[in-house]
Design a binder for this molecule. Structure first.
Ligand code: MGD
Ligand code: MGD
Ligand code: SF4
Ligand code: MO
Length: 743
């Protein structure tokens, strides 16, 4: 049998590593890092093997399933689409558009067809009950970036390949491989900072894998980052070290920020964050004095009690030390296929355009906070959510108070899941519609190229033909979309063309070629073959490097990207201001109203007496990806990774020894976990990974079900939220730990 080699991209995490896939017929003979990939240069992590196993996993669904009294049964695609759309339409007829909710999970951001397809389904549903993994992840960062620069995807990324000083706050790229910072082979990139004489400082309640390789690490009390970082900003003002550099003349609100940080003197903040005032001052000076410096925060500065304020303070440090938009500092990526026109279609971002029905929570970026979903399902009344569509998500494991979500799903009238597996969430679905496998689809990193540390573009062709009888995510999205929009009479290709026209129109409206091209010329240029690739082509051609559909023939097109099988390197990040700003004022808003409005809450916390007790934080596991890779034996094997890390003093106080079983308890639930005593976590902090525990009636995950581990989101509390963004508080959760009674 002939062997074929395909250069593709791993789509599991944000690393976007290039892979080389050798196939013999339908079999994957070999899968390894693509040494010639211009961005990742051969790097892959252990999860890449997962792609091979995922392709072959017998539990991965290829055909649609329907839930019956005798369990799930396969059915044909046409029937599945009809039943799915009829079920949703029925609920919509009875309860109105808001009675059907949509949830989009994380893998949707890693596949452009799923991402664009989810938008089609969302528009077709027309519901205000739209949810995503964002509030359990990136929202504070998006809200802060939208408020300061005008768009959620206009977030800064640390220019790690050129910086002299990197302050990492609440991120563990050595395990996560980077997030909102696409930097394949991040380990080498971080090591290079040291090799060129630079410095890395990590701030984390746990001595993480990244912290262990840094020049300096400081423990911080979970949830106190905003105060700590604002104390650093305070030092910049107090010591006359504020310099705007490239941002001179481009900022609004400097005086407001100076006033706002007066309350955060290092001496006042130190006892609450556990980092002494001398160190806070020194770090601020180092950051200001370094030839170039960048501050990078991720989950630890997002899904905590003051996520937006912490994210804001991170960018203030960049701006006020002259490090914004400057080589080696915090920069903006200039993606080849920008989504800004789509995200900013309604003009400068506004929040709170509508509120959730039950507890009046603000809409953010067109969605409602994740913590609102359960109560919207549980609470009767006009607009009660009675049906749900999930796309690539597992809220029963990934939402705070996830057992409540589980009960809510049990109470739904109808549910449709677009997913690979029958898992903790999708087992509640009436219909499951699986997409083709990750190596069976073409790939372009539409979302992640917005946060890459270099400007890059790459097309990955499918390494395998789709399995006979399977359907790709785009087809399924259009099939559901047209039925839900009542456009059944249209051919799929017609619906496809409508979607293309709409997106191309948005892209043209903000393109540098606007006024020199008609929409017809764009449609003509991208050709007549239906499929989501045309949308990528349109975005690229109208984008910053594009050929303007012929206006600049030397410019980029999808065809040109396709011709470079190891990717197109568009160079290091370059200064983008002021053009990149999309705020109403055309300037950087240093003190956005929505962000400043939360300072009172932070000041009240600062003034309050610290609460005694343990705080739970999360740690990521190198062989997991949130909740969904545990059915692949190469990644699932080994002992119980879901251990409770606890400081020796805290363990001793509770009479806990290594290997004992601990009972971990909060207001919302309890779990058991084996005890791992280590001073890698600070005193009063315990750590557990998330995404484990795949036992449950009807779950069809042969390998994962046998894997040990507990569900940490049985403990996290959906009553807590970051005020400006509505994001969940997953880290810094107060918990009680004791020896399990019958252990
Ligand atoms: N306690 C705690 N909770 C957390 C976190 C934490 O750190 N601690 N992290 C949060 C974060 S950052 C995130 S992103 C969320 C993730 O939250 P979710 O997105 O809800 O969950 P995942 O575990 O990513 O589950 C992905 C689902 O998509 C399916 N899937 C995988 N690939 C595809 C695909 O290509 N197409 C389709 N249709 N389906 C696919 C999988 O089978 C699985 O069911 O969890 C959040 N929850
Ligand atoms: N192996 C693996 N890789 C992954 C994932 C995975 O599940 N497994 N998930 C992917 C996804 S969806 C995402 S979003 C990214 C996340 O990428 P990261 O944010 O880099 O990963 P986390 O492990 O969540 O890192 C958060 C760090 O914050 C620390 N922390 C907790 N609370 C606080 C706090 O209050 N303050 C401070 N300063 N630090 C705190 C934790 O100890 C941890 O070291 O990882 C991605 N990559
Ligand atoms: S780092 Fe991420 S993208 Fe790279 S191989 Fe691992 S899972 Fe895939
Ligand atoms: Mo995430």
């Amino acid at each position: 049998m002939s062997t074929r080699t395909t250069f593709a991209t791993c789509t599991i995490c944000e690393g976007t590593c290039g892979i080389e896939v050798q196939t013999e017929g339908r079999r994957i003979a070999r899968l390894r890092g693509d040494a010639a990939d211009l961005f990742s240069r051969g790097h892959v992590c252990p999860k890449a093997i997962g792609l091979r196993e995922l392709q072959q996993d017998p539990d991965r669904l290829r055909k649609p399933l329907r839930r019956t009294a005798n369990g799930f049964q396969e059915l044909g695609w046409e029937e599945a689409y009809s039943l799915a759309s009829q079920g949703l339409a029925r609920v919509r007829e009875q309860g109105g558009a808001n009675a059907v909710a949509l949830y989009r999970g994380n893998p949707g951001a890693h596949d452009f067809a799923t991402l664009l397809g989810a938008n089609v389904i969302s528009r077709a549903l027309g519901s205000k009950n739209v949810y995503s993994a964002g509030p359990n992840d990136t929202w504070p960062r998006y809200v802060q970036s939208a408020s300061m620069y005008g768009g959620p995807l206009r977030a800064t990324v640390p220019d790690i390949d050129r910086t002299d000083y990197l302050l990492i706050v609440g991120a563990n790229p050595l395990v996560s491989n980077g997030s909102l910072m696409t930097a394949p082979g991040v380990r080498h990139r971080l090591a290079a900072i040291g090799q060129r004489g630079g410095k890395i400082v990590v701030i984390d309640p746990r001595r993480s894998e990244t912290a262990k390789r840094a020049n300096e690490h400081h423990f911080i009390v979970p949830g106190s980052d905003a105060a700590f970082l604002l104390a650093m900003v305070h030092v910049l003002f107090a010591e006359g070290r504020v310099t705007l550099g490239n941002c001179e003349g481009l900022v609004n609100g400097l005086a407001e920020v100076e006033r706002a940080v007066t309350a955060f003197a290092p001496a006042r903040v130190a006892p609450r964050c556990g980092i002494d005032a001398v160190t806070i001052r020194r770090l601020a000076r180092e950051l200001a004095d370094a030839p170039t410096a960048a501050t990078y925060g991720r989950m630890g500065t997002c899904v905590q009690q003051f996520g937006t304020l912490a994210s804001w303070a991170i960018d203030l440090l960049a701006i006020l030390t002259g490090n914004l938009d400057r080589e080696g500092g915090s920069m903006f990526t200039n993606p080849a296929a920008p989504l800004h026109p789509v995200f900013e279609a309604d003009g400068p971002v506004r929040f709170g355009r509508w509120q959730s029905r039950v507890s009046g929570r603000d809409e953010v970026l067109g969605e409602l906070p994740a913590i609102a979903l359960a109560e919207e399902i549980e609470t009767p009344g006009q607009g009660q959510v009675r049906a749900l569509v999930t796309i690539a998500g597992n809220p029963v494991r990934t939402f705070p108070n996830s057992l409540r979500i589980q009960r809510a799903l049990e109470a739904l009238e109808f549910m449709v899941a677009l997913d690979y597996y029958v898992n903790e969430t999708t087992r509640h679905a009436d219909l499951i519609l699986p997409p083709t496998g990750p190596l069976e689809r073409g790939h372009y990193d539409l979302a992640l190229t917005h946060f890459a540390v270099r400007n890059v573009a790459k097309w990955s062709p499918p390494a395998l033909d789709p399995e006979p009888g399977s359907r790709d995510a785009w087809t399924t999205s259009l099939e559901l979309g047209r039925r839900l929009m009542g456009l059944d009479s249209l051919e799929l290709a017609q619906v496809d063309a409508l979607v293309l026209r709409q997106l191309a129109d948005l892209a043209l409206g903000s393109s540098r070629f606007k006024g020199r091209l008609s929409i017809e010329q764009v449609l003509e240029a991208v050709g007549g073959a239906p499929g989501p690739e045309r949308i990528i082509d349109a975005l690229i051609r109208l984008g910053p490097y594009g050929d303007g559909c012929g206006i600049q023939p030397e410019g980029l097109t999808l065809a040109r990207v396709k011709s470079e099988e190891h990717g197109v390197d568009l160079g290091p990040l370059v200064p983008m201001l002021p053009d990149h700003l999309a705020t109403e004022s055309g300037r950087i808003e240093l003190g956005p109203e929505r962000v400043l409005a939360d300072l009172g809450r932070l000041e009240a916390w600062l003034a309050a007496r610290p609460e005694a007790g343990l705080r739970l934080i999360n740690r990521r596991d190198i062989r997991s990806m949130n909740s969904w890779l545990h059915n692949l034996s190469a990644l699932a094997k080994g002992g119980d990774r879901c251990t409770l890390q606890i400081h020796p003093a805290d363990a001793a106080e509770r009479g806990l020894e290594p290997g004992d079983t601990a009972l971990v308890r909060t207001r919302v639930g309890e779990i058991r976990a084996p005890v791992e005593v280590t001073d890698d976590v600070m005193k009063d902090v315990v750590s557990l990974p998330h995404g484990f525990d795949h036992k449950g009636d009807g779950v069809a995950l042969e390998v994962a079900t046998r894997m040990p581990g507990a569900n940490v989101n049985a403990l996290t509390d959906d009553a807590a939220a970051d005020a400006p963004s509505g994001a969940s508080v997953l880290f810094g959760v107060p918990v009680e730990v004791l020896a399990a009674p019958d252990a």
